[in-house]
Write a protein that binds this ligand. Structure first.
Ligand SMILES: [Zn+2]
Length: 349
């Protein structure tokens, strides 16, 4: 089948490639409809590696997908041919200790789409375990279905924060994931969320959502703004979604005593962290690695209308133009939140 293949760093093309098509007892075969371009896909394209994961052989990119079930394994009961679905891209070892604990996202044996050497889904079809395939409610489009994966990171962050109704929060970084966190935090009970960035364009997009207060930290002091909004006490939760070393100095200034700091952004190298300040406020520190057990909840929120991800799809490309989508994503235009690629035009929304 024809797939979008990263041959090596900087070299992408659509070409014929043999990918697995045999459906196991508990698998489904899915005709891919829409795939979102993720920062990690782009990073493999531009740098050829993320940490210890190095592109050493041709790799199919893409892990944020939706599609239609075209074949079900004999042991699959929950899904049928024709179901519109989205997929969780990580497949853990279900008998692992992590899986048994419900934290399958940190199973060391997890195999994750578009992470070398595991192929992604920018291809016409994929075979996937039914257990990690979720039926889309009728009012959720393929485009929204392909947004569930990045939104799941926001859901995980909100869950890790243990939000109480009426909590206040700061999200540092208004990139795609920062916006996802803000929306999940609001849906999870936050009364309002201050989101910070240095990009006017990104803040304008985030600020279109009710309850999201954009603050440009190039022009305004975050601490002063937090005090003006919630008082000297500070916010209940600070989500760090920028990975910027400087942000780690700000978090303790704006979190309330006994509040939570949730680390989501990956700093490119080690960062300084003021332990005394964290201890003085007895801050609870949480980390987020992908997500576990949130896809169904994310879909329920989208279907209910409580979370609207549609405005975040900036542009949609045809599969034939997939390379152009990646070239644009690599430019990192500030007003681009999510670029998507439509593979099969199977009709329907
Ligand atoms: Zn992603």
């Amino acid at each position: 089948m024809k797939a979008l293949v990263l041959e090596r760093k900087g070299e992408l093309q659509i070409r014929e490639l043999t990918l697995p098509t045999s459906v196991g007892l508990k698998d489904v075969r899915i005709a891919i409809h829409t795939v979102g371009v993720c920062g990690s896909d782009v990073h493999y394209y531009t740098h050829g590696r993320i940490g210890d994961f190095v592109v050493e052989q041709p790799l199919v990119l893409g892990h944020e997908g939706s599609g239609i079930v075209v074949e079900v394994g004999a042991g699959v009961e929950e899904l049928r041919v024709g179901d519109r679905v989205c997929m969780e891209p990580g497949i853990p070892d279900l008998s692992s200790r992590a899986s048994k604990l419900g934290i399958y996202n940190v199973d060391p044996a997890v195999s994750f789409w578009a992470t070398p050497p595991v192929h992604g889904i920018l291809a016409p079809e994929v075979v996937h375990p039914a257990a990690f395939t979720y039926r889309l409610p009728d009012n959720v489009s393929f485009a929204e279905g392909a947004m569930v994966e990045p939104f799941a990171v926001g859901m995980q962050a909100a869950a890790r924060a243990r939000i109480t109704p009426g909590d206040t929060a700061v999200v540092i970084g208004a990139g795609t994931i920062g916006i996802m966190i803000a929306l999940a935090a609001l849906a999870g009970g936050c009364s309002n969320v201050i989101i910070t960035d240095v990009s006017t364009e990104k803040l304008a997009i985030a600020g279109r959502y009710q309850g999201v207060v954009p603050v440009n930290v190039r022009e305004e002091d975050l601490e002063a703004r937090v005090q003006a909004t919630v008082g000297r006490w500070g916010v209940d939760v600070v989500f760090e979604a920028s990975g910027n070393a400087q942000a780690f100095g700000d978090v303790f200034k704006v979190v309330r005593p006994g509040g939570a700091i949730v680390l989501v952004g990956l700093p490119p190298s080690e960062v300084a962290f003021d332990v005394s300040k964290a201890i003085a406020k007895e801050v609870r520190i949480e980390t987020v690695f992908r997500y576990a057990n949130v896809f169904d909840r994310a879909l329920a929120l989208i279907a209910s209308g409580k979370v609207d991800l549609r405005p975040l799809v900036t542009e949609t490309y045809a599969f034939d133009d997939a390379v152009a989508a990646f070239v644009r994503a690599a430019e990192g235009r500030p007003a681009d939140v999510k670029l998507q690629i439509v593979i099969g035009d199977t009709g329907g929304a």
